[in-house]
Design a protein around this ligand. Structure first.
Ligand SMILES: [Mn+2]
Length: 423
């Protein structure tokens, strides 16, 4: 608010979504609103109003669901207007249904409005109506509507740099998730169903203190792992094949994001072992590069080069390494990127480029390193021994002052360690 004098921020809660009739989808607060307030209830809105004379330079106003014993009997306790002030530190608080009538008043003295259009049509109409009501309340002024600016980028830049408190919470999310993956590696047996393993991972996450998963878990046996966003998690697991699990618990609203790939039976088959070791080699090379000043596209490029070299020696790719990188000839086996930001959202906010250039990594950023190798079921050129293989190895890495910290080191990834854990 100091950097943007004269701006009002209007930041509503995530809408409460209906699944069918009177059944709701599980509710989760909007990450930006949670980041700024810690407030988890639906039908709420944060308004930050500039007050240049006050020490904070803004006033915090919360609109929340008012206390209501009849409604709370059905839906659970609410903080109410009083709790919004006492517990969440709002300078003023009002019932949510007063938002549109109060906004014109709160716009007084401001020059623009930070508000994200397009996510919630009902909220958009309310904010636009309030802007028009404010303009008219000023009489014949000849002024335009206050301009609306999207705060996503500003909030994203704030969220990209994790505080020591946030890092502590993320370490915990990563520890709990690592334990859940370890349990799955130990417990999986041929003949089980993918869904059974998903439930086992879920159980471990909830037992460890996670409120939910940070994204839909991928539990993909054999060829299912070649589908990058596989979601059905409902096939039997076959001896001799690999299981890929991409799952992350959400602890205190922060998500972990781990992928491990391991044998359903006791050991990696020879062809599986060759490509597994290669993916691991490329992942370790990628992690090694994480330090202040490094750039994500450079890490991705290096990871691809390690993969391409290995695939050339295995005879899975033919030709010239540099040519294969330039033309994307390797992408039939590795079609996705190596990294994304991680935080409140699994694909967290924050810009990847600044002024058209890939940005440098800085301490406090958290990113994933997740190379893979996949053989598509339709692929008829790849030798048979490599069919039904999809491998990804993913860790969460914090950029520190001198290098990096692998936050997800609690789950093994070398073949020897994995086979030890299984047997
Ligand atoms: Mn990921």
């Amino acid at each position: 608010m100091k950097a943007h004098p004269g701006a009002v921020l209007v930041l509503p809660a995530h809408p409460d979504l209906i699944r069918n009739s009177d059944v709701h989808h599980p509710y989760r607060q909007d990450s930006n609103l949670y980041y700024l307030t810690g407030f988890e209830e639906a039908e709420s809105c944060l308004v930050l109003v500039p007050t240049p004379s006050s020490p904070r330079s803004y006033k915090m106003v919360l609109f929340v669901m008012p206390r209501d014993p009849e409604k709370e009997m059905w839906e659970g306790e609410r903080y109410g207007v009083e709790g919004a002030q006492k517990i969440f530190g709002a300078d003023e608080a009002y019932p949510f249904h007063e938002l549109n009538s109060k906004l014109p008043e709160l716009f007084k003295g401001s020059e623009r409005v930070f508000y994200r259009m397009g996510l919630n049509p009902e909220m958009d109409r309310g904010v636009l109506g309030s802007l028009e009501a404010f303009r008219r309340s000023q009489g014949r002024s000849g002024k335009s509507l206050l301009p609306i600016e999207d705060p996503t980028e500003t909030l994203g830049e704030m969220r990209l740099f994790k505080s020591s408190q946030e890092i502590e919470i993320m370490r915990k999310a990563c520890q709990i998730t690592a334990l859940a993956h370890k349990t799955a590696i130990k417990e999986v047996r041929p003949g089980m169903n993918e869904g059974e393993i998903e439930a086992l991972v879920d159980y471990q996450l909830r037992k460890g203190g996670c409120a939910r998963v940070g994204y839909g878990s991928i539990v993909a046996g054999g060829r299912n792992a070649a589908c990058l966003h596989y979601r059905s998690n409902n096939s039997p697991l076959n001896d001799g094949e690999l299981l890929l699990i991409d799952a992350g618990g959400e602890y205190g609203y922060y998500s972990a994001d781990i992928t491990r790939t391991f044998p359903i039976g006791r050991k990696f088959a020879p062809a599986q072992a060759k490509v597994y070791d290669l993916v691991l080699k490329s992942q370790l090379a990628g992690i090694e590069m994480v330090r202040p000043g490094a750039k994500i596209p450079e890490i991705h490029r290096h990871v691809c080069e390690v993969l391409i070299d290995g695939l050339l020696s295995l005879g899975l790719l033919k030709g010239n390494a540099e040519e294969l990188y330039k033309t994307g000839g390797f992408r039939r086996y590795y079609p996705h990127n190596t990294s994304h930001w991680l935080g409140l959202d699994v694909h967290d906010s924050g810009r990847y480029q600044l002024e058209g250039e890939p940005r440098k990594l800085e301490p406090g950023m958290v990113l994933t390193i997740e190379p893979g190798f996949y053989v598509q079921p339709s692929d008829s050129e790849t030798p048979r021994e490599y069919h039904n293989i999809g491998i990804r190895i993913e860790d969460d890495v914090l950029v520190t002052a001198n290098g990096h910290e692998v936050m997800t080191s609690g789950v093994p990834k070398s073949r020897a360690e994995i086979e030890d854990l299984k047997n």
